[in-house]
Design a protein. Structure first.
Length: 393
């Protein structure tokens, strides 16, 4: 009985110990456990993040791994359920994984990042967009995307500022899905537009499980805004766009969700219902960033489709980690955290330099418009492949 008790105490101590102490004597494969939404509401948007991880896994192992050790990525489906995500994190921890990450959005990252912080484990999040995640004072949490939700629309604002004041929209209707990442994006847009005196005539949210967007469009039409702003997932964005098309509703400027716009099948699925619409994006396959062309080519070769911004931000996570490990010559989570907090990284989503909260603030973001059935980057000017068609009604 005494031996059994000592064994349990020792096992508990190992689980509570930092990850580097558990594996201090282990010189074998470096094991990464990743929780990812392969089913459920977030699956379509998040699956590309896993595919990008597999691209990096093959590349880094071809380079000899990290510190001369091969890496192994294990993905577990959290079914877009935060409780499942927590359980997966705990199982990875109990199984002795060296690093544990979450590829899904803010709704999923919120609780798992708290577990990581408690365990002093590095938590690099490619799709935890909500700024509020990084305002909790956590030291091990970093966002590996170009812009948190509240900063995503910087490019749209710069584009509007470039217009003559008399030509700009005078009013806007906001429509958002009930999800922290999307409501945060909307709040960011509202803050950006305040100095421009673009009046808000509607601000509504809707549940994730809607099956008809007609009442929402009816509500918008009654307010007659110059601009419509929509933030949602792929399926509800499709309902929204089709309802607009069916009712023949147009206005000067309509924004569709970047989640829908990023999907490789966006244009074929949505068809002419999104003609003239714009969307803000942290990344597009054609952007001119360091290593981006090579990443896009490798991803496309492996998956027979183009990557999305979710994939690019996940790949940037692995770039940041590899750079930090090679520079610090360590797998210690605190050593890596300290290096990442101070360094600047050149990634496929652009340069990332962290503030003291764990995210990078971009100078600009991308604006894409659907023109004659094609995606055209209309902002910023140095990335543009065309000019904005405005007004679009």
């Amino acid at each position: 009985m005494r031996f059994a008790r000592q064994f349990l105490l020792a096992a508990a101590a190992l689980l509570l110990a930092g990850p580097s102490s558990v594996h201090a004597q282990d010189k074998g494969t470096i094991k990464f456990g990743i929780s990812v939404s392969l089913t459920g509401g977030f699956a379509e948007a998040i699956r590309p993040a896993m595919l990008a991880g597999k691209v990096w896994e093959e590349e880094v192992n071809a380079r000899g791994g990290l510190l001369g050790r091969k890496v192994e990525l294990t993905f577990r489906d959290n079914r877009s359920n935060p409780d499942d995500g927590v359980s997966i994190f705990q199982r990875f921890k109990q199984s002795g994984y060296d690093f544990i990450f979450e590829d899904s959005g803010a709704f999923m990252v919120q609780r798992e990042s708290t577990l990581a912080e408690q365990q002093q484990m590095l938590f690099l999040s490619p799709n935890g967009f909500a700024r509020s995640l990084y305002e909790r004072g956590y030291k091990y949490l970093f966002f590996t995307g170009a812009a948190v939700a509240e900063d995503l629309n910087i490019g749209v604002v710069r584009l509007l500022e470039s217009m003559k004041e008399s030509d700009r929209p005078k009013s806007v209707a906001y429509v958002s899905i009930e999800n922290i990442a999307f409501t945060s994006t909307t709040k960011g847009m509202q803050e950006f537009l305040k100095p421009m005196k673009i009046a808000s005539v509607l601000d509504v949210t809707y549940p994730p499980n809607i099956n008809d967007a007609t009442p929402i469009v009816d509500n918008i039409k009654q307010k007659t805004p110059d601009m419509v702003y929509h933030a949602g997932l792929n399926n509800d964005s499709l309902l929204f766009a089709r309802a607009m098309k069916q009712q023949g509703y147009k206005t000067k400027l309509i924004m569709i969700s970047q989640v829908a716009g990023a999907q490789p099948h966006f244009l074929t699925t949505f068809g002419d219902s999104v003609e003239g619409m714009i969307y803000a994006s942290p990344w597009e396959p054609s952007v001119k960033t360091t290593g981006n062309a090579q990443f896009v080519a490798a991803y496309q070769k492996a998956n027979n489709t183009l990557p999305t911004y979710n994939a690019a931000q996940a790949y940037a996570r692995w770039q940041i980690l590899e750079t930090a490990v090679n520079a610090a010559k360590s797998l210690d989570h605190t050593v890596l955290r300290d290096y990442i907090a101070k360094a600047e990284f050149d990634t496929v989503v652009g340069k990332i330099k962290y503030n003291d909260k764990g995210y990078s603030v971009p100078q600009d973001t991308i604006v894409t418009q659907v023109q004659k059935g094609q995606k055209v980057i209309v902002w910023p000017k140095e990335q543009a492949t065309g000019t904005l068609v405005y007004p679009n009604n």
